[in-house]
Structures are given as C-alpha cells and as structure tokens.
Design a protein. Structure first.
Length: 510
C-alpha cells in the first residue's frame, strides 16, 4: 500500500475487538443451531406427534429458508447497514427460537424453523461482512478471521455436545430456548459497541427480479438434494427440482449481467480468488456434513454411545479446528499465500478422512477415530481461516454483505449436497452388502445383528472414500484458482483487477 493510501486509511476502530466478541457469539448461535436440533429431533417428534414422513421438514424448513434467502440477506445488509441487519437478525432469531421452544404442534414447529432460517440468512452475512469492513490491518484481520473460522468450523460439533446435554438432562425445548440468551447478549453488545464504517453502504435500488430468481433457484436446489436423500435421485419431483433450479439460476445469471444494480454483481463471483474460495469451500463442506452424519450414527448405533458421550467424542475435531484456525492459519496468513494454507489444509483433512475408510464394527476410538478427527480438525481449521478472510478480501465495501452471503451459500448448498449425496452412496453400499450376506442375515440372532452392523459400517466406509476424493478436489481447486499473494502487513493486497482490484480503504472512513 502506498504512503498516500496509508495516510487516507481510517484509524483503527477502538471497539473492534469488543465487537468481535458479539459477532463471534452470534455466529456460534447460528452454527450451533444447524446441529443442536438433530440431537433433539427424536424427542420433539414424539412430543409433537410429527410423522416419520414429515420429520425431515424440521431440518429442511430451516435449510430452505436459510439457503434460499442468503443472497437477499447479504444485499439487505449492504443496503440497510450491517449493524442494523445484524441486530434485527438476532432479535428475529431469538423470537423464532422462542416460538420453536413453545411449539404445541407440527405446524408451529415448522413455521418457527423457517423463521429461524430467514433471520439467520439476514444475520450470517451481516456478521462476516462487519468483520471485513472493521478489520483492515492484515495481522489483526488474520487473528479476527482465525477466531471466526474456528467457530464456523467447530460450532457444529459443539452443537452435538450441547444438544446431547440439553436433551438428556433437561428437555428438547431447551435446544431452542438456549438461543435466546445468546441472541440478547449479542444484540445488546453489538448495538452498544459496533460502529459501522461510514461510506460502506450500497444505496442502489433492490434488484427484485434477482431476488425472486436467486431465492427460488436456491430453494429448488436445496430441496432437490434434500428430497433425493429420502425419495431417490430418479424420483420425478427430485428431477423437476434440479431442472427448475438450473433454469432459474441460469436466468438469474443473465439478469445479473444486464441490470444496473444487480443483487449479486458478477465481479464478486468471477474474480478467481473469491470464486476459488466459494468452490473449494463448498466442496469441503460436502465432506464435513457427510462425516458428521456418519460418525454420529456409527457412535450411537454401532458403538452404543449416549447422545452426550457422542457429543464429547467430537471434541478432538473441535480442538483440531481451533488449533488449525488460531495457531496455524492466523499465524501464517500474513507470511504465506492463502493457497499454501488452503491446499495443504484440505489435504491434511483428506488424510484424516482416509483413516476413517478403515472403519470397522470393532474399531478402537483412541487408535483410529481420535487421530482421524485431529487431522480433520487441523486441516479444516487451517483452510477455513484464510478462506473466510479471502472470501471478502479485495471486494468493494458496498458489496461486502453479498460477498459474505456467497460464503454462507456455498457452505449451505454444500451441506445439503453432502448429506444427500453421501447418505445415498452409503445406503446403496449397505443394501449391496446385505444382499451379498442375505443368508446370514436371515438366520437371526446375534449373527444377524452383526451382519446388520457390518453392513452399516460398509456403507459409511464407501461414502467416506468419496469424501476423500472430494477433499482432494478442494485442494486442487484452491491451489489452482487462488493466486493472490500474502497480505501485506500494512493492509490488504489487491486480489483482482480493475475497479474491484483492492479494498478501497479510503472509502471505509469513520
């Protein structure tokens, strides 16, 4: 950065580290909610009389609203102001959580979950874009995104622990009520300490056609993958959803290329570094979400762990993610190019996943699962931190919200794909194994139970091989597409060309 530019740079916001506490708390709440309800679902289903056919909608209603409205939420944050969007999102999320905890039937529960997703879609991009515009010094930015990346990566596993405790020792309703104190503290704290930099709003009129096309296209895509998991890939409605999604999103791209004030400026998406982050991160999340699902079932069904014990069994992964984000990623981010953290990070995670392909019914937790989780956590934490930072790095401040929304969108779509794709692969392998051992399974008794357990593990192992390949692909994409150098100590480096080439620090003035 030149001396002239440096002299125009704003003074560091004295409250930025306090603001990080409340932003991180809000992010933790949103990430926790993605997994905490999974643990509580069986109890909630019984209490509310939800049928097996409609059970998945408790998860799907949240995923559809969150995934479908993220781009809209990001642009609203750019237009209203990120602090305003952040606080409104928190208050709305708390009210929706109270509604879910007090639900007296299926309709009330599903409505509450959809509202949680909608307010989460406003809250999540506002949180990430606030970090992007408040932390402009490269070293401080690295530390801030290290903390944020660790929470984004490890929060899901924390949700499994907390969900297990609340469900086992209190009541499933507390998996909703627990969000309320999180949201109140974060909203009050944010309102008091966050001072959003002046001049960073996008005052352009809202692109209504873009909102409609992106929301319906993303909802169709997420629902298509969710339905594929239960109804199969050849199901007529599944195919219709995928075709509709492709047409709607193609129309969205055409509209965005022509309108004066697009919802998602294509410069945000097409700059190779940000595009590389969105693609590689989305693929990596496919592997992670599939693994959470398989390990949870393996530990509870095959190994007989309780919900609380299962949650604690994920602690090594959380520890690895925190270490990778804060001690490896954050320390090296200002010294080496991001691709040299992301590429090797995904490979280390892939090595951990490779260990889990050796999973058997009698596998030892300390000898196999624990070291595999540590490698997964270290690798993902190291890769997540620069990915989160680079996703908004070099973007025009007026586009920070929608660029942040794209990170969340890639993770949300990746999660939906991961759950459906890998679960389908696992189910097919399990069915094939049972067919090959039909005579033993028909004998009944302990031998049949063992065959059933072995079939499940065979399915998990087959799907995990695919997850290994996906992580290798993530690494290759990161190493190939991402070509920006290490951030300079004085401020962000250029990461594109033309008007979008650098973070316009003088614009973000107090």
């Amino acid at each position: 950065m030149s001396k002239t530019a440096a002299s125009l740079a704003p003074a560091a916001d004295p409250s930025r580290w306090k603001a990080l506490v409340f932003i991180a708390l809000a992010q933790l709440m949103v990430v926790l909610d993605a997994t905490i309800v999974n643990i509580a679902l069986p109890s909630a289903q019984t209490d509310l009389g939800i049928s097996d056919g409609n059970r998945q909608w408790v998860i799907t209603a949240y995923a559809l609203a969150f995934g479908g409205l993220l781009l809209f939420g990001g642009r609203i944050a750019d237009k209203w102001g990120r602090k305003n969007a952040f606080v409104v999102g928190l208050i709305g999320f708390a009210l929706a959580s109270a509604l879910g905890g007090a639900a007296n039937g299926e309709a009330m529960m599903l409505g509450a979950r959809a509202l949680q997703g909608a307010f989460g879609a406003l809250l999540a991009p506002a949180a990430l874009s606030l970090l992007a515009v408040m932390f402009t010094d490269a070293k401080e930015r690295a530390k801030a995104f290290g903390i944020y990346g660790a929470i984004a990566g490890g929060g899901g596993a924390v949700g499994l622990i907390l969900g297990g405790f609340l469900t086992e020792y209190l009541n499933w309703r507390w998996t909703f009520f627990v969000n309320i104190p999180f949201a109140i503290v974060a909203a009050v704290g944010a309102w008091m300490v966050i001072r959003e930099p002046a001049g960073s709003r996008n005052r352009a009129p809202l692109d209504i056609p873009g909102v409609v096309l992106s929301t319906t296209g993303l909802v169709a895509l997420v629902y298509g993958f969710t339905r594929a998991e239960s109804a199969g890939w050849s199901d007529a409605l599944t195919v219709i959803m995928f075709v509709a999604s492709a047409l709607l999103l193609f129309a969205f791209v055409l509209v965005e290329a022509k309108v004066k004030s697009p919802l998602l400026p294509l410069r945000v998406l097409l700059e190779r570094n940000r595009g590389g982050v969105y693609l590689s991160l989305g693929l990596a999340v496919i592997s992670m979400f599939g693994l959470f699902l398989f390990l949870t079932y393996y530990l509870q069904v095959v190994k007989g762990f309780s919900p609380v014990k299962t949650g604690f069994a994920f602690l090594p992964m959380i520890a690895g993610m925190i270490t990778g984000s804060t001690q490896i990623g954050a320390r090296l981010m200002t010294r080496v190019p991001p691709r040299l953290l992301m590429g090797p990070g995904f490979l280390v995670a892939g090595l951990g996943m490779l260990l889990l392909t050796q999973l058997e019914v009698g596998s030892s937790y300390p000898a196999l699962i624990l070291p595999a989780q540590l490698l997964l956590g270290l690798g993902m934490g190291t890769a997540f931190m620069p990915a989160m930072s680079l996703a908004t790095h070099g973007v025009n401040p007026a586009d920070a919200g929608v660029a942040s929304a794209m990170v969340n969108t890639s993770q949300q779509v990746g999660g939906a794909i991961g759950t459906a794709l890998l679960n389908t692969i696992a189910a097919s392998a399990t069915t094939a194994y049972l067919a090959d051992h039909a005579a033993e399974a028909a004998a009944g008794g302990p031998a049949a139970q063992l065959i059933q357990a072995q079939a499940m593990v065979e399915g998990y192992s087959s799907a995990i091989w695919w997850a290994v390949g996906i992580l290798v692909a993530s690494s290759v994409i990161a190493l190939t597409l991402i070509n920006t150098g290490r951030p300079g100590v004085g401020g962000p480096v250029a990461s594109g060309s033309g008007e979008d080439a650098e973070l316009k620090v003088p614009v973000i003035a107090h």
